[in-house]
Every structure is written in structure tokens, then in C-alpha cells.
Write a new protein. Structure first.
Length: 237
């Protein structure tokens, strides 16, 4: 079974729906092309994709709205994107892209991986650019053109961020001193004690020294001489 893939840009398909809405929801394909000064082949890719998505039916060269197509044509721009996201998500091609994106280890797909997915379908390789355009417009996924990566959109599951690294808390700052300039008891500074003066020492009393002896070999002090007794005067018998 051929794979349904977009053969036109979103603006071309939505432009076709606007033309059908203007002609009350049904018109011949050739007449629509003639009114827009186009060839039938110019609008056929949009008609084929709209029919594959269930937005229009084509019978005997006449294209007509379905209820879903009428709802999409009358919706606001934001509602159009939401409806297209639901419609595209049910197709085989975009469902395969979503599953591959959800199961990606890094949380994204490289453009080369999208080419590999498309290679398993009947879509030609050149359809990858149009597929990316539809995915971005309907907010099925985001595309980083610089790195050529397909990433989940904000309305779908995003890759889990790495767990935060625990950082030890810094110690609290010391409390400010209270008003009045006094220092808290825990931070009171003990004044340094003044240096003590050494105690005054009294000079030792000088010893009395005896005059040196005339005998150089004598070490004992000289003997003190006794005064001679006085003779008494008297009469002898």
C-alpha cells in the first residue's frame, strides 16, 4: 500500500481549502484551476493530499468538502494547527516519526535518521524537506536548521533534564555587631596583659676585709696583742 506523504506545502493545501470554501464547499477541479489562472496539474498535489487526509472527496472531477475539511477551513490559525497535528499524527509516516523521536536516547533525531525512516516508505527522498515543513507547521516537532536535528515540540514530551548537581551550602555569615558599637560576648576580645617588670634586687652587703698579712704564706688573721700590765708603785720590803 502506498505511503501517504505530503506532496505540497501547508500553505498550498490551506489555500485550496479556502478556494473550496468560497464556492460553497464544492466545485469542479478544472474550474478552480481556471479561476486561479493555474493548470490542473498545479493543484492536483494539494487535492491528492487533502483527499488522503480525509478533508475532501473527488468524484467525477468535482472536489467537495468533508465535515472535517469544512471544520478545518473555518477554524482560526491556531485551531488549524491543532487539527492538523491530530490528523497528521494518525498517518503512518508521521506516527513512525513520532515513535522514533519518543524512543530516541538523546531526545532528538538527526536529519539522516529521518531519511532512513522515509526510505522504508514509498515516499521519495526529496519529500523529506516537505515532511519537515509539515511537522514544524503543525507543531508535531521542532527543527534546528543549524544542527539539522528534529526535536520534540513544546506540546509533546521533552527529554528529561539531567539531575541537578548538589552543591554544599556556604556557611552563614557572622552576625553583625549590635547597635552601640559593643561587641557580642561570643566575639569579645580579651585585652593583652601588660608586660611585668622584673623585681628589684637589693645589692649584697659588703664583707669587712682585714688588712693583708705581712707573711705571704700565712692565711690566718694576725693575733691581737694584749697590753702589758702596769706595774704598781709601792714600797718594797
Amino acid at each position: 500500500m502506498p505511503t501517504l506523504y505530503p506532496k505540497c506545502a501547508p500553505s498550498e493545501l490551506l489555500g485550496l481549502l479556502s478556494l473550496i470554501k468560497r464556492v460553497k464547499g464544492s466545485e469542479e477541479v478544472a474550474r478552480i484551476a481556471d479561476d486561479e489562472s493555474l493548470e490542473v496539474d498545479d493543484i492536483l498535489p494539494s487535492i491528492e493530499y487533502a483527499e488522503g487526509l480525509g478533508l475532501v472527496t473527488v468524484t467525477d472531477g468535482r472536489v467537495s468538502f468533508t465535515e472535517l475539511g469544512k471544520k478545518l477551513a473555518s477554524a482560526t490559525i491556531r485551531a488549524k494547527k491543532e487539527l492538523l497535528r491530530d490528523i497528521l499524527g494518525k498517518t503512518t509516516l508521521f506516527r513512525a516519526i513520532q515513535r522514533s523521536l519518543d524512543s530516541a536516547v538523546d531526545g532528538f533525531l538527526a536529519e539522516d535518521e529521518l531519511h532512513q525512516i522515509v526510505a522504508f516508505t514509498t515516499a521519495p527522498p526529496e519529500a523529506v524537506h516537505t515532511i519537515i515543513t509539515w511537522g514544524r507547521y503543525s507543531d508535531l516537532f521542532r527543527y534546528d536548521a543549524n544542527r539539522h536535528l528534529i526535536m520534540p515540540s513544546g506540546t509533546r514530551r521533552a527529554p528529561k533534564p539531567p539531575p541537578p548537581i548538589a552543591v554544599p551550602a556556604a556557611p552563614p555569615p557572622p552576625p553583625p555587631p549590635p547597635a552601640g558599637g559593643t561587641t557580642p560576648p561570643s566575639a569579645k576580645v580579651v585585652p593583652a596583659r601588660p608586660p611585668t617588670k622584673p623585681a628589684a634586687t637589693k645589692p649584697a652587703p659588703e664583707k669587712e676585709t682585714s688588712p693583708p698579712s705581712s707573711d705571704p704564706t700565712s692565711t690566718s688573721p694576725p693575733a691581737r696583742s694584749e697590753p702589758a700590765p702596769r706595774r704598781k708603785l709601792g714600797v718594797t720590803a
